[in-house]
Design a protein around this ligand. Structure first.
Ligand code: PMP
Length: 435
């Protein structure tokens, strides 16, 4: 370990971190007391290494995004080449460049139905804000400017930009910002509730419905049987656009190109981020159906008044193209289906042995273990299990919302069967250790 200014590197970094770095979505007081738990230095495959030399399994692909695993030199090479050639130029107005054109065309090959045109952003929150503004614009140019409400599901996570926060169905994010944007409404996951809300608000005031195919940050919640097919029909009957937030589920996590395909429906709009670059560069976007795209081209007078400096960043686009090539060439979605099945079987095996496990669930390489219901009398045990797992060499995430005490998992899509065995063994031992 290197010594700087007479202190060891970790101590120096912890001190600087506390004083100067504001962590996203974090407990600030706790960070001031304890400092960061990890200061990572390297990644390789499913493993991360930290400044103390610990090697840890990254069972959440960092933030549900490092899908092809850490340390892939191919992406670094592509980024270097693109930066040397053309690191950045704008795509505002009539400017364009080859990587973004090729990426948009490639995405059209991945999407279901006629979702063929992409608007790029730097991440998922911007992608969702873009979709909310676009659906409102769409209805306005169709002569229905009153259609502007957005319906989302309780426990959904859609990001933290103002629109994305307002669509997010996790209360804590609303409390933080005092008030949210108007015209956002939430439903639970029953078809009846959706019908009731539409009847109450009036279909002529509703622009779009948004949902993750499988909710991620809210605790890896699978939809009820037949839910999305019913939603698709309700949206069609009421002239409401269906947005699938594929920020976590897109690009193979559920074993299909896009997660919503697992449920047999085609949305009008897809929003995406994370897996498009496996986190090697910040990138997201909104994918429109050809029908919407053509209508917007035809009926928009003047500008499409929405664009980010990094809408179509050349380096991020080049990285994304390579990342998508790797997912296809290495048949990673086949791996997701094989190792994903093994993960679920492993979770079932864990449940059989531990009475404090309430239920297990998953789809593809997205899974969860729910512990005994957290309530006022039952203290959540998830955080203690996470701490135990860490001692044993595994990073995993505890999610506690709405009385649910859950451990969430989304390992890199390259995880092998042996590595999955290791992951299951550590989780099992960690749960046993806090009984
Ligand atoms: N939608 C979903 C489903 C997400 O999981 C996330 C991020 N966790 C977002 C949107 C927001 O994406 P970003 O953090 O890139 O803005």
């Amino acid at each position: 370990m290197s010594i700087t200014h007479g202190k060891n590197l970790k101590e120096e970094l912890v001190e600087l971190d506390k004083k100067h770095f504001i962590h996203p979505t974090s407990n600030m007081k706790q960070l001031q007391e304890d400092g960061p738990t990890f200061i990572f230095t390297e990644g390789d495959g499913i493993y991360l290494k930290d400044v103390e030399g610990r090697k840890l399994i990254d069972s959440l692909s960092s933030l549900w995004n490092v899908n092809i695993g850490h340390g892939r030199k191919e992406l670094a090479e592509v980024a270097k080449k693109q930066m040397e050639k053309l690191a950045f130029t704008s795509t505002f107005n009539n400017w364009s460049h080859e990587p973004v054109i090729r990426l948009a065309a490639e995405i059209a090959k991945w999407t279901p139905g006629d979702l063929n045109a992409t608007f790029f952003t730097s991440g998922g929150s911007e992608a969702n804000d873009t979709a909310f503004k676009t659906v409102r614009h769409y209805w306005k140019i169709k002569g229905l400017p009153e259609k502007k409400k957005i319906i989302s599901r309780k426990l959904s996570y859609h990001g933290v930009a103002m629109g994305a926060t307002s669509a997010t169905g996790i209360e804590q994010f609303h409390t933080f910002t005092t008030s949210i944007a108007p015209d956002f409404h939430y439903v639970d996951s029953s078809v009846e509730s959706l019908k009731e809300l539409i009847a109450k608000e009036g279909a002529d005031t509703i622009a779009a419905y948004i949902s993750e195919p499988v909710q991620g940050s809210g605790g890896v919640n699978l939809p009820p049987q037949g839910y999305f097919q019913a939603v698709r029909e309700i949206c069609d009957e009421n002239n409401i656009l269906f947005i699938a937030d594929e920020v976590i589920c897109g690009f193979g996590r559920l074993g299909t190109n896009f997660g919503i395909e697992r449920f047999g429906v085609i949305p009008d709009i897809i929003t995406m981020a994370k897996g498009i670059t496996s986190g090697y560069a910040p990138l997201g976007g909104m994918i429109l159906s050809e029908r919407l795209h053509n209508d917007i081209i035809e009926k928009t007078e003047g500008n499409f008044w929405h664009g980010y400096t990094y809408s179509g960043h050349p380096t991020a686009a080049a990285v994304a193209l390579k990342n998508l090539e790797i997912i296809k060439n290495e048949n990673l979605m086949d791996n997701v289906n094989i190792v994903g099945k093994q993960m679920l079987e492993g979770f079932e095996w864990i449940k059989e042995q531990n009475d404090n496990v309430d239920n297990v669930r998953g789809m593809g390489l997205l899974g969860a273990i729910s512990l005994e219901k957290a309530s006022k009398s039952v203290e959540p045990i998830g955080p203690k299990i996470v701490a135990k797992a860490l001692e044993k060499g595994l990073i995993c995430r505890s999610v506690i919302y709405d009385g649910q005490d859950t451990l969430a998992f989304a390992p890199p899509l390259i995880i092998t069967k042996n590595q999955m065995d290791d992951m299951i063994t550590i989780i099992n031992e960690s749960i046993k250790a806090v009984k």
